[in-house]
Design a protein around this ligand. Sequence first.
Ligand code: 13P
Length: 265
Amino acid sequence: MRKPILIANWKMNGSLHSNQALLVRILAKLRPLRKTIDMAICPPFPYLFQVRDLLGYTGLSLGAQNASVAASGAHTGEVSATMLREMGCRYVLVGHSERRALYHESDRDVAARFRQVLSAGMTPVLCVGETLGEREQGQTMATIERQLQAVIDETGMADLAASVIAYEPVWAIGTGRTATPEQVSETHRTIRQFLDGCQAGAGEALRIVYGGSVKASNAAALFQSPEVDGGLIGGASLQADEFSDIGAALASTLAEADCECDTLD
Ligand code: 13P
């Protein structure tokens, strides 16, 4: 069975003061769920150290929002995967649509970053998704397959299978416009079919999470489908109650909640 995962993408938000206040409240509410669902917080790079310390041994993992295409060297302003690993990161987002659109990261760039993250011993969270125009032109799967294929060409299916995939339709990110549970479920299912076609069983084994205007009010409906293994949360991850309620909604989708999850050891 695929263990659900909830990932907070703080994007370029936060301060030393607000991070601490946010995490204290999030941890109080979400720590008890740690055996039921995996959870990770992806703060901006300068706050990795602070967030690592606050997460400590709570069972929540540290993640980063990107990693360089290069292993080291003359790349001013970049951060390497090995540095992130050294900081205690377990997950790294790659190919977020804001990186692709605003910073012109190509499919090949994303694949190179994916490889760096894996080589450094972390789990890439590969973000894929179509624009509104692509969806309206019936190009949703063509776009996603192109994005996946670039990584498969770079690393092979075995390595892709070691990742988490985040389906984030560009038109639903930060817009308040959420994909319907049916659209999400269908797209996840089609991604699995595509991956199964590349390697038998690969799609079934992989965790695919949804991102795009997930809120406490729509989380339960989005997570209801067995195709949806969790969420990648932007804006709502900056509000302790919203994010905690999303986590609770994800945990409650599991038929058999781990009874140990109520303990605070
Ligand atoms: P929002 O939840 O703010 O729409 O952002 C989604 C996202 O981009 C997460 O990576």
